[in-house]
Every structure is written in structure tokens, then in C-alpha cells.
Design a protein around this ligand. Structure first.
Ligand SMILES: Cc1cc2nc3c(=O)[nH]c(=O)nc-3n(C[C@H](O)[C@H](O)[C@H](O)COP(=O)(O)OP(=O)(O)OC[C@H]3O[C@@H](n4cnc5c(N)ncnc54)[C@H](O)[C@@H]3O)c2cc1C
Length: 664
């Protein structure tokens, strides 16, 4: 139900039990699960709008054809000092559904060991075992692949590890390019196994990865379609679009003896401040229970900082009063850097995505829209391989021992990145990474194959750590949010990451020489041809100029113990607060070797259960209402009944302008 913009004042409540900041992947999962309880009220504030389902979004075959500008935050990285000193564009979803509206649909989980490492880092309950229930809970897995495709492409999922009843459709396209088979068998010739199911706990191997595709109509499955559309009529769920949260507001300090949360003497969050645009009035809304940050790994930490939660030196520079000195906020940022290398397949008659032009495109479109079959059901990437370090280097043991003997702190950013807790946390990650990379089932590198000859290499267990920070106390300074965010992934600030990519490109050069791949008649061009294939310096130079994001930012609000630079506890509560959680990709303490949407859906499902559980544990809580007196109604039209629906921006009128004396 979409209500006109001016209904915002009419239907918004003065306070909600839960306020979710960001209606992307994690935010919509949590909104759905919390509103299963009809006695609970939830407001989702989303900066973007509902997408009108254009073909560019819904048709898998159009993945990679660009972003709709209004749906992208248009963030740019800092110049990459360890590469070529250039900035990189960094697309992020600014739309209901967040990254799941823009993403490449690839659905991979990573290895069992990747998640067991999260537990080892001090997070009980967050092992593979702890996540598997939620991987399954989120997905409705479908195996509608023809027997012929199953056989030739080795698709045999282990149904025990998949869910059939979850909201998110996960399946396979109804069309595969022939080059997929060459790729799988070529990789196998190099001694890397073909996996029948890449999501069963062993990820080092080649596979056809499932996709977030709705099997029935072969269109994109995203968090909005999966988790929101079917529950929009719940009267206890309000979604306000085009509302950017600019600050988290603090209430009184509470001492809550009865809570299972670590709340004694902690700060209580009162609500949030938000606005439709830089020059529109700031409004406030209060929470009865919690504020839940789901603004993604880049904006959630910036929001914490401008609200006074973060490293003191950064808060002081911003001129923001320090509410909680939390050194980890914005640190430990990790990403999978990737390099697209091109080996043009020239076999005469080979059908590739390049053929989708003119009459053929018209025919293929007709096929797709008439009966949802054909090449347009196929996303950009279905075919990929994860190589373990053993697959990349015979001297893997000595490589790892060299890393173990190095000084981890020298690789971290200066300033707030050198806080003792951050150093300690990174040293632990460093040890765990070397252990993970020694494992034959864990990916060190991913190679993604499209149909035309691009073999994109991406480093999967990066040692480099970047950071994100706000540049202004007002996220809307200078008119929009992006210029106020400093995002520095610091690609290859640890040289081992680029070393992995060099090895990856050499692997590519071996791969295109296999019998299976030779059938495609690949024509590598400079810098991927034989002139540079064995020349590390030339490959490194090419990598430096071509690295870009695989769009997997994580770690910037890490779930780690406080003395390891953590921001949230294993219950995802921000340290120092009683009722503020983060549930998005930022909490991932160590990136898995995988595309990370599967992990984010599962994290949010787990968060939903924890929030419900903690709420039950906490009730009745006589102190709670007293500690934070009901706020004045921030909407001039008074508290109406809770009506169903979406509240769509631009929000008009009625908000508090400036301070009204209660929260700060
Ligand atoms: C181009 C692209 C391709 C990708 N490809 C894949 C892939 O193929 N497979 C895969 O597994 N993963 C992929 N990913 C990654 C995956 O989509 C993300 O990991 C996932 O979306 C992260 O979920 P999240 O909830 O943390 O953040 P998001 O999904 O980004 O959601 C954050 C939401 O918060 C909103 N928001 C932010 N700040 C505010 C604010 N101040 N106020 C209100 N709202 C706010 C945003 O608009 C957004 O809707 C891709 C991502 C991108 C961008």
C-alpha cells in the first residue's frame, strides 16, 4: 500500500517499538520478522525509493548493464595509495531493497571454516553450524534445471543444506552459455575440483553458483520482493521512503537489572533524526525499544560517528560530543578487490552475450517475456571457481610462514587505525587468516567467468584493512551524503592481496591453455597475453590500474570483543548502549570467501530471532518506560491510529526543527 507523500504526518506514530535505519537487505529481513508479532510496531526509514521494477532491475540477463543513478549512493573511494593513486566508483544501493536491487544475483556462502573463524574471534553461536539454520531459513531453494544441464554442468545440490520454505527465491537460470562447461572442465584439468554444490561448506572448487532468481518467472529475487511486498499490509509495519537518517539520538542513561542485554549504566537511544533532503526540515521519531542500524557497511559507521559513537579523535575532528568512545567504528573495513581480465573467446559460431544485439536480441526478448526462458534468464555470472592457496602456490607453506612472521600493525592505517584494541584485533585476524588460507577447502581467490571471455579474479581473504569515516558532523552538508563520507578500502595495502591476484592471473593464463578452454579459442590481449603472462611486474602494474570493488564492503562495525576493536557484541548490540544494534554487512568480522548476500540475509534472520528473544527476556521491564519518558509527539497532527502502509517521501511538514530539549 503506497500512501501519498502528505500522509506521512497522518499515519506516522510518535514512537515505534523498533526503528530500522535502512530498508536494504538486512533491514527488510528484520522488519519482516519483527512484525510477525502484531503487538510490535516497526518503522523502516529508507533513504531511497521503491523501484518501479524496470527490466534493467528484474531481468537477470541485464545484470551489469549499469545502475539507475537515483538508486545509487554514488560514493567514490579515496585515491588508492597502494595502487595507482586513482579513486574508484563504489556503487551502493539507494533504494528499497538496497544492494539486492543492484547486485549480480550470485548466491554463495563460503566455506564452513570461514564462519567457524567468526566464532573463534569471540562470537559464540556464529559458527557455520550457527549460521546454517539461518541460511536455510532465508531461502526457498529450487532445483529446476533440465536433466541435461544438471549432467553437463555438474549441478547436484545437497538438499540437506538448503531451505525450501524461506522467503528468498534461490535457483538457477533456464539457460546456460556453452562456455560454462569448458570453464568447469578446464579448471578441473588444473586440479581444482568441480563442486556439485558450492554452498555445502566446501567452497574451494569450480561450480555453477545458484542465483537469487525467482524460478517461476525467472526474474530477480531481492529483499524487497522476498521480505517486504507480502507483508506491506501488516498494520504494525510502516515504511517511509526518501527519508535519510542523519543522526541517532540519545536519551537518558539506564540501569536495567533485569535485562539479558549488557545494559547496566549504558546509554539508551531515544530515537533518530531524519530528513528528506539537505534543505528540508529535520524530523525526529522515538523508539520504545530499539534502534536497529541496517544502513550498510559504509553508512552505518558514518551515522554512528556523527551521532557521537566512534573513535574520539574522529569525533573531535567532527566537532561531535563524544557519547561513546568506540575505536572500532569505521575501522577493519574489508572488501574483495577484483580485476577483470579479458581472453576473448573467438570460436566461430560460439553463442555469447555479445550476440545479444539486433534481431537476435529481439528474438531473445520475445522468448523471455513470452515464456521466461532463454539467454535473458542468465545473469552476468553463473560460473565460477574458488581456488585455495594450495591451488595457487606450491610454496604455500613458506608464503604463510612469511606472513606469520611479519608485523601486522605496519599494515593498518595510521591514526585511529593504530588504537591498541584495533591492533590486537587485527593480529588475531592475521593469525586466523593464515590458518584459513592453509586449508584446502577455503578459497583464497575467486575466478568468475562470463560468456565472452572475461575471467575476473578477486582476492577472497584480504589482509588489507581500510576505513570509513564521516567528513562532516552533518551527513547532508554540501547537499548530499556521498561527499561527506571518506571511504578508503586501501586495496593491497597488504601486498599479499596483490600477490594473490598476480597468482590468479597466472592461473587464468594456465586455464585458457587447458584442453577444455582451448576449444573456445581464447585470444588473450595485452596485458593478459603471453608477453606478460609470466612477468609479475607487468601483471602487478595491470592489477594496480584495474582493481575495483567486488561490492562486498564489510567489517566496519565488526562483531568482535571490545578489546579486539569490536563495535557490536555477539548479540549485535553496540557496545556502551542498551538498545542500539547493527544488523548489516558491517558486523561481519572477517569476510568469507564468497559473495556476501547469503551471509547478510542469514545474519539478519539471526538478528531477528535475537531481537525477539531479548525483548521477551526483558519484559516486563518497569524501568524502561520510566528511564526514557515518552517523547513529545514530533508530528503536528497528533498520534493517530496505527494505519497500514508505506509512508512515501518527500515527507512534509510537521517535524521538530532544532533541539526540543529532550534528546541530544
Ligand atoms: C553492484 C553490486 C553487486 C553485488 N553483487 C552481489 C552478488 O552478485 N552476490 C552477492 O552475494 N552480493 C552482491 N553484492 C553485495 C550485496 O548486495 C550486499 O552485501 C548487501 O546488499 C548488503 O546488505 P546490507 O543490508 O548490509 O546493505 P544494503 O543492502 O546496501 O542496504 C542498506 C540500505 O540502507 C539505506 N540507507 C543507507 N543510509 C541510510 C540512511 N542514512 N537513512 C536511511 N536509509 C539509509 C540504503 O539506501 C540501503 O537501502 C553486490 C552489491 C552491489 C552494490
Amino acid at each position: 500500500l503506497l500512501l501519498p507523500a502528505n500522509k506521512f504526518i497522518d499515519i506516522a506514530l510518535p514512537s515505534y517499538d523498533y526503528i530500522i535505519v535502512g530498508g536494504g537487505v538486512a533491514g527488510l529481513v528484520v522488519a519482516n520478522r519483527l512484525t510477525e508479532n502484531q503487538n510490535v510496531t516497526v518503522l523502516v526509514l529508507e533513504a531511497g525509493d521503491l523501484d518501479p521494477a524496470p527490466d534493467l532491475i528484474t531481468v537477470p540477463g541485464l545484470v551489469g548493464h549499469g545502475f539507475i543513478p537515483s538508486q545509487n549512493w554514488n560514493i567514490t573511494t579515496a585515491p588508492q595509495a597502494s595502487l595507482d593513486n586513482r579513486t574508484r566508483d563504489y556503487g551502493q544501493g539507494h533504494v528499497v531493497g538496497g544492494g539486492s536491487i543492484l547486485n549480480g544475483l550470485v548466491m554463495t556462502r563460503g566455506a564452513k571454516h570461514d564462519y567457524d573463524a567468526w566464532r573463534t574471534l569471540g562470537n559464540p553461536g556464529w559458527s557455520w553450524h550457527g549460521m546454517l539454520h539461518y541460511f536455510k531459513k532465508s531461502e526457498n531453494f529450487s532445483t529446476c534445471v533440465t536433466p541435461e544441464d544438471r549432467r553437463r554442468l555438474y549441478i547436484r545440490p545437497h538438499m540437506k543444506v538448503h531451505g525450501k520454505k524461506g522467503p528468498l527465491q534461490v535457483g538457477y537460470p533456464r539457460f546456460f552459455y556453452n562456455s560454462s562447461k569448458n570453464f568447469l572442465e578446464g579448471v578441473s584439468e588444473l586440479g581444482i575440483p568441480i563442486l556439485h554444490d558450492i554452498n555445502a561448506g566446501i567452497s574451494a572448487g569450480a561450480s555453477i553458483a545458484p542465483a537469487t532468481i525467482n524460478d517461476r518467472n525467472q526474474s530477480r529475487a531481492d529483499s524487497r520482493r522476498a521480505y517486504l511486498d507480502s507483508v506491506l499490509n501488516r498494520p504494525n509495519l510502516h515504511l517511509a521512503t526518501q527519508q535519510t537518517v542523519t543522526r541517532i539520538l540519545f536519551g537518558a542513561e539506564v540501569v536495567d537489572e533485569s535485562s539479558s542485554l549488557p545494559v547496566k549504566g549504558l546509554k539508551r537511544i531515544y530515537g533518530v533524526e531524519f530528513a528528506t533532503s539537505a534543505d528540508s526540515p529535520r524530523k525526529r521519531v522515538a523508539c520504545n525499544k530499539e534502534v536497529i542500524l541496517a544502513a550498510g557497511a559504509i553508512i552505518s559507521p558514518a551515522l554512528l560517528q556523527v551521532s557521537g559513537i566512534g573513535p574520539t579523535p574522529i569525533l573531535e575532528e567532527l566537532g561531535v560530543p563524544v557519547q561513546i568512545d568506540l575505536p572500532g567504528v569505521g575501522q577493519n573495513l574489508q572488501d574483495h578487490g577484483m580485476v577483470g581480465a579479458f581472453y576473448n573467446y573467438t570460436r566461430p559460431g560460439l553463442f555469447t552475450a555479445n550476440n545479444l544485439t539486433g534481431d537476435i536480441l529481439e528474438e531473445v526478448e520475445g522468448q523471455y517475456f513470452a515464456n521466461r526462458t532463454g539467454p535473458l534468464t542468465h545473469p552476468l555470472i553463473s560460473t565460477l571457481a574458488f581456488a585455495s592457496l594450495r591451488h595457487l602456490a606450491t610454496n604455500w607453506k613458506s608464503l604463510l610462514s612469511n606472513i606469520s612472521n611479519s608485523q601486522p600493525e605496519s599494515y593498518l592505517p595510521p591514526g585511529p587505525g593504530q588504537h591498541p584494541t584495533i591492533l590486537k584485533g587485527y593480529a588475531q585476524q592475521h593469525r586466523l587468516l593464515t590458518s584459513l588460507l592453509s586449508h584446502p577447502t577455503v578459497g583464497a581467490l575467486e575466478v568468475m567467468a562470463d560468456s565472452i571471455g572475461t575471467l575476473t579474479a578477486a582476492v577472497q581473504h584480504p589482509f588489507s584493512r581500510g576505513f570509513v569515516r564521516a567528513l562532516s558532523a552533518d551527513l547532508f552538508a554540501n547537499g548530499s551524503v556521498a561527499p561527506n563520507i571518506l571511504l578508503d578500502p586501501r586495496y593491497c595495502s597488504h601486498p599479499f592481496d596483490c600477490d594473490i591476484l598476480v597468482r590468479g592471473l597466472k592461473l587464468n593464463n594456465q586455464l585458457v591453455k587447458t584442453k577444455a578452454m582451448q576449444q573456445l579459442i581464447p585470444q588473450p590481449s595485452y596485458p593478459w597475453d603471453d608477453s606478460t603472462a609470466q612477468n609479475d611486474t607487468a601483471l602487478l602494474e595491470a592489477i594496480h590500474s584495474k582493481i575495483q570493488t567486488e561490492f562486498h564492503p564489510a567489517g566496519s562495525t565488526s562483531m568482535l570483543p571490545l578489546d579486539l576493536g569490536g563495535v557490536v557484541s555477539p548479540r549485535l548490540v553496540v557496545y556502551g548502549t542498551s538498545n542500539l544494534r547493527v544488523v548489516d554487512a558491517g558486523i561481519i568480522p572477517l569476510l568469507p570467501a564468497a559473495h556476501i548476500q547469503a551471509a547478510v540475509y542469514a545474519i539478519a534472520e539471526k538478528a531477528g530471532d535475537m531481537i525477539k528473544q531479548d525483548s521477551t527476556d526483558r519484559e516486563p521491564n518497569p524501568n524502561e518506560g520510566e528511564a526514557t519518558p515518552p517523547p513529545p509527539n514530533p508530528f503536528t497532527n497528533g498520534p493517530p491510529g496505527l494505519g497500514p502502509g508505506i509512508v512515501q517521501g518527500p515527507g512534509v511538514g510537521g517535524g521538530f526543527h532544532g533541539d526540543h530539549g529532550h534528546p541530544h
